[in-house]
Design a protein around this ligand. Structure first.
Ligand code: AMP
Length: 376
């Protein structure tokens, strides 16, 4: 029987996993280098250690019944060590190996019969010639590993830019992608159990600014057949990965209703925050259920929803305007307990729950509510 859960990574996703796990009676131990991390604040205990500290990782394995992680840029050696020592860890190192690397991930998605954005690998200085020929410019260049929230990403207009970025990055592999003139960005949050059940929440529609998620609408304003195709693709990917837990597949929807996978996150995802307030079982609880081998719950929405991220601006650490924000009874506020509201840092989010469809008037209300907030 599983009574305790270890979470590698102390950010907001870990915090939300821990909050649901605590409600379900589990003992939770977080591992993060930063003391009083967002997850550590709500967990029973926190091991303060680096993700590469294998002694600390083994300690976490010894003290819990199952270990999970809340972001994919952790040291893969940690997950392998836990597996070698016979500790339960979900998702597996095989899943992490694929999803940590954009090149490997896209090749995997294609091999699963699911379309992706066109891409070429830039692994040697000369590779840019091939990429320029097959894909052309302008294009998006991304580090194959380690990037997130628009970091490690450049729009490039010509081969000299590619060469200088490759040199600046000390020759780490890059992925060269065709810029997709998408109609919408979508994501599907799914959970797969060890018994191969897959449940998928309604498709979410996402809006980004400078590579960082700002707004999610659920359900997405798309045709039912597009939604069904996106969910089927997400289920195929989850099954082919053999993942146990919650994961996210991000898509571009082209103007011809074609779905192209942009990336996979092997963990709960920012675009699934809406499931906390708008469903009976959040993506976090679903994750806990999967890794603890409990039945999955129906992913039904009981309200339509807009989620907006609250980012730091670097102008102060106190969030002002909360009293006015909460005058709207349809809003639920979540703050992550981060001390410093550094510019572009994800500090919290709110969800606006509505009965009818999310139309332009609802979106405007959400944006107006968001504009009430500022940091001093
Ligand atoms: P990613 O880190 O790959 O999720 O990229 C962050 C955001 O940058 C995406 O959500 C898109 O808004 C944008 N983006 C990334 N790749 C592309 C692409 N190939 N074409 C158009 N926009 C992109």
């Amino acid at each position: 029987m599983i009574a305790s859960i270890g979470v590698i990574g102390g950010g907001q996703l870990g915090r939300m996993i821990a909050l649901d796990a605590k409600r379900m009676g589990y003992h939770v131990i977080a591992l993060d280098p930063q003391e009083h991390s967002p997850c550590g604040q709500v967990a029973d205990e926190q091991i303060v250690a680096d993700y590469t500290d294998l002694d600390a990782i083994e300690d976490l394995g010894n003290r819990t019944d199952v270990v999970t992680y809340e972001f994919e840029n952790i040291h893969i050696g940690s997950v392998r060590l836990l597996e070698e020592r016979g500790f339960a860890v979900s998702p597996s190192s095989k899943v992490l190996e694929i999803t940590q690397d954009r090149l490997r991930e896209k090749a995997f998605v294609r091999a699963s019969g699911v379309p992706t954005t066109d891409f070429e690998a830039i692994e040697r200085p000369d590779d840019e010639a091939q990429a320029a020929m097959t894909i052309g410019f302008p294009a998006i260049l991304k580090t194959s590993r380690g990037g997130y929230d628009g970091k490690g990403q450049w729009r490039v207009e010509g081969t000299s830019a590619v060469r200088s970025i490759f040199a600046e990055q000390h020759g780490v592999p890059l992925i060269f992608e065709r810029i997709v003139n998408f109609a919408k960005e979508l994501s599907v949050i799914s959970t797969r159990s060890a018994g191969d059940d897959v449940v998928s929440y309604p498709v979410a529609e996402n809006m980004h600014e400078h590579g960082i998620l700002i707004t999610t609408i659920a359900p997405a304003r798309i045709d039912n057949d597009v939604a069904a195709r996106a969910q089927a693709m997400a289920a195929t990917i989850g099954r082919r990965l053999g993942i146990v837990g919650t994961y996210c597949v991000e898509f571009f929807l082209t103007r011809n209703d074609e779905l192209l996978v942009n990336e996979i996150a092997p963990r709960p995802h920012n675009s699934g925050h809406y499931t906390i307030d708008a469903t009976q079982c959040s993506q976090y609880e679903q994750h806990v259920r999967a890794i603890c081998d409990l039945p999955l719950a129906p992913p039904r929405l009981h309200a339509n929803v807009v989620m907006m991220n609250i980012l730091g601006t670097g102008t102060g650490d106190h969030l002002m305007g909360v009293d006015q924000l909460l005058e709207d009874p349809s809003i639920v506020l979540h703050l992550y307990g981060k001390k410093h509201a550094v510019a572009r840092r994800k500090m919290g989010h709110f969800t606006m729950l509505v009965d009818g469809p999310v139309d332009d008037a609802v979106l405007k209300r959400a944006h107006d509510a968001h504009a009430l907030l500022h940091w001093e």
